[in-house]
Ligand binder design. Structure first.
Ligand SMILES: *Cc1c(COP(=O)(O)O)cnc(C)c1O
Length: 361
């Protein structure tokens, strides 16, 4: 194997090595098939088996109840910013949006093009360092749905628990923390996630949708934008990202082999704790997120100056710690440590942080 470095990229992100190895071994010929998964019909029995296994994998990992569909769509989480309101925000109704960071803002922007929205909370005043408390939410009891982002990838702010929504349908963008921990699926009406953080390559979007939402969808939508097209055709109305679904299936098996989401969660907590402890041990590093909203997937922090931050990222990269530069909108450092990111990489980062402070602090 050519040497792999520690990849802290926010997405597309690190994939499990055993998954990459199996994909490499099967690249030219799926066992017994004589063709690559990329060369076969999406309607072939071989792909059908992979597709069903991927859906089953998601169902088992997340404990998805029978009354939900699992879809594999395209267009990224970004298309869901539009599809959600197009399907679920009828004329005359209003939807609630809870904004805890950059992705939530993007979702809101698209919803506004479709209909009325109520910003139930916007954490801009905190510089997107935390999630709102229950008493800060201005929820509309008649909202068509409430939308939130379970983990804000750019700011590194994660809900520790879903807020109580009563009878209003909860819709979540879980792109960057899906399958990083157990989730009470029954609390959500719809969950969507781009695959490229925790589940596979870019180009597949997982949508988990409760059946009763389908009856709310207005008629006359463009075929590809209507969730019913995809539930009725088992995500095979048009050609899906067959390669992406194949990898996602392998990733599900890998997570299951690692002990499922409970085990994943404890490993993720341990990994994140290493870095947060290093941040808290000194004034040289300052965490961006409030302690109680700290993300297990994206650890964001600042250094005393932007100049030092630049050097930190550059020198880390030279030592095989890649992708640590924070998003251009918030600056600083961001260590994305998704499921497939090894604990040894967190240890290496902590070591580098100590050394960097010793030299520059
Ligand atoms: C990465 C990300 C997106 C954007 O996903 P695309 O698949 O590129 O459209 C949206 N929301 C969150 C929370 C993300 O992390």
């Amino acid at each position: 194997m050519t040497e792999r470095i520690f990849n802290f990229s926010a997405g597309p992100a690190v994939l499990p090595v055993p998954v990459l190895e199996q994909a490499r071994d099967e690249m030219l010929s799926l066992p017994g098939v004589g063709m690559s998964v990329m060369e076969i019909s999406h309607r072939s029995p071989t792909f059908d088996e992979i597709h069903k296994s991927a859906i089953q994998g998601m169902r088992e990992l997340l404990g998805i109840p029978e009354n939900y569909h699992v879809l594999f769509l395209q267009g990224g989480a970004s298309l869901q910013f539009s599809m959600v309101p197009i399907n679920l925000l009828p004329t005359g109704a209003s939807a609630d949006y809870i904004i805890t960071g950059s992705w939530g803002k993007k979702a809101l922007k698209e919803a506004k093009k479709q209909g009325a929205v109520n910003v139930a909370a916007d954490m801009a005043d905190s510089r997107y360092t935390r999630v709102p408390e229950a008493h800060e939410l201005k929820l509309d009891p008649h909202a068509a749905y409430v939308h939130l982002t379970t983990n804000e990838t750019i700011e590194g702010v994660e809900w520790q628990q879903e807020p109580e929504m009563g009878d209003v349908s909860l819709v979540a963008d879980a792109s960057s923390d899906i399958c990083s921990r157990p989730m009470d699926i029954g609390k959500y009406a719809l969950i969507y996630a781009g695959a490229q953080k925790n589940l596979g390559p870019s180009g597949v979007t997982v949508v988990i949708i409760r059946d009763d939402l389908l009856s709310r969808i207005p008629d006359g939508l463009h075929t590809m934008l209507d969730y019913r097209t995809h539930t009725q055709n088992d995500s095979l109305y048009n050609t899906p990202n067959t390669w992406g679904i194949y990898i996602l299936n392998l990733v599900c098996k890998w997570v299951k082999d690692k002990g499922g989401l409970e085990a994943m969660h404890s490993e993720n907590k341990a990994k994140a704790q290493l870095i947060y402890d290093a941040i808290d041990a000194t004034d040289f590093y300052r965490g961006h997120a409030a302690t109680e909203a700290r993300s297990l997937m994206n650890v964001t922090f600042r250094l005393p100056s932007e100049d030092l931050e630049k050097r930190f990222a550059k020198e880390a990269s030279a030592q095989g710690l890649d992708g640590l530069k924070g998003h251009r909108s918030v600056g600083g450092i961001r260590a994305s440590i998704y499921n497939a990111f090894p604990r040894a990489g967190c240890e290496a980062l902590v070591e580098f942080m100590r050394e960097f402070e010793r030299k520059n602090g």
